[in-house]
Design a protein around this ligand. Structure first.
Ligand code: PAF
Length: 281
């Protein structure tokens, strides 16, 4: 695997590959790689000739300084995992490399970045859009692979590519889960054994929601979810929303959409976890 840290090195290399007719698949990450990321690499390998992963803990998307500081950084283990997965290129830039000058671009996402993560993490999606656009400009992939766990992020990045005419296809990839069905996340590393066990309640609750969807009124469903999660002494619900899959409009009645997804954010001790489940599509 080739490792590049600067734009000046990676760009000519990828141009050579494109000139040879190779299609480039891109997997942007913030490191602390787990099986979920590796499944994105595998999807990219099936769908493209040459796979580029990036690792960049993007300070712009953290609205909380402590969260940025505590974000797990596992450089050597990440490189080993990517090498074992036979990834072709790793881009590992510094903050100065990605943001050489002040970037004051403001992206317009309408409702998409006002709800759920956008409401509780102000500025988060502006930071995500900033870095993803910059990485797309550098790597110029034909396809980019994103996990469905960060569903709202995926919808927003899709809009970013449409609004800015970026010639990259966004490929959604299924959520990868641990044995107890907890969605894989770099943040899971910060959970204690007991918290990890308890966090299985998030998926169990979403399963209950799916079974009851279309029957139990949405407002009653929200109350039930809040009670179920908050009953655990280790967990605190931040939000649970049932939304249209495309507009992310918050629904109050099942009849308002045919494409519906349930999204949840929960604090487990100091760790904030998100998950989701498609209810109708
Ligand atoms: O999902 C992530 O890991 C990050 O938000 C991303 C897309 C790599 C941008 O920093």
């Amino acid at each position: 695997m080739k490792i590049f840290t600067t734009v000046d090195e990676i760009r000519p290399h990828l141009k050579t590959m494109r000139d040879k007719g190779k299609t480039i698949g891109f997997v942007p990450t913030m490191g602390a790689l787990h099986e979920g990321h590796l499944s994105l690499i595998r999807e990219a390998q099936q769908d493209s000739d040459y796979v580029v992963a990036s690792i960049f803990v993007n300070p712009e998307q953290f609205n909380n300084k402590e969260d940025l500081e505590k974000y797990p950084r596992t450089k050597n283990a990440d490189i080993t995992k990517l090498e074992e997965a036979e990834c072709d290129v790793l881009f590992y830039p510094s903050v100065e490399e990605i943001y050489p000058t002040e970037d004051e671009t403001v992206f317009e996402f309408g409702n998409l970045d006002k709800v759920m993560e956008g409401k509780f993490r102000p500025g988060h999606f502006q930071g995500v859009a900033k870095v993803v656009k910059r990485l797309f400009d550098i790597v110029e992939p034909q396809k980019a692979f994103f996990g469905m766990k960060d569903y709202q992020q995926m919808v927003i990045i899709h809009k970013l590519t449409k609004d800015h005419n970026l010639p990259v296809e966004i490929v959604p990839c299924p959520i990868v889960r641990e044995e107890n069905q907890l969605a894989m996340s770099s943040r899971n590393e910060r959970l204690t054994e007991q918290q990890r066990k308890e966090a299985a309640l998030i998926y169990k609750t979403l399963k209950m929601v799916k079974i009851q969807s279309g029957f139990m009124p949405i407002l009653e469903m929200k109350d039930t979810v809040e009670r179920k999660i908050n009953k655990s002494k280790m967990m605190q619900l931040e939000y649970f929303e049932i939304v249209d899959m495309y507009s992310l409009k918050i629904l109050n009645a099942w009849a308002e959409s045919n494409n519906i997804i349930a999204c949840i954010a929960v604090h487990v001790g100091e760790v904030r976890l998100i998950d989701n489940m498609i209810l109708f599509s």
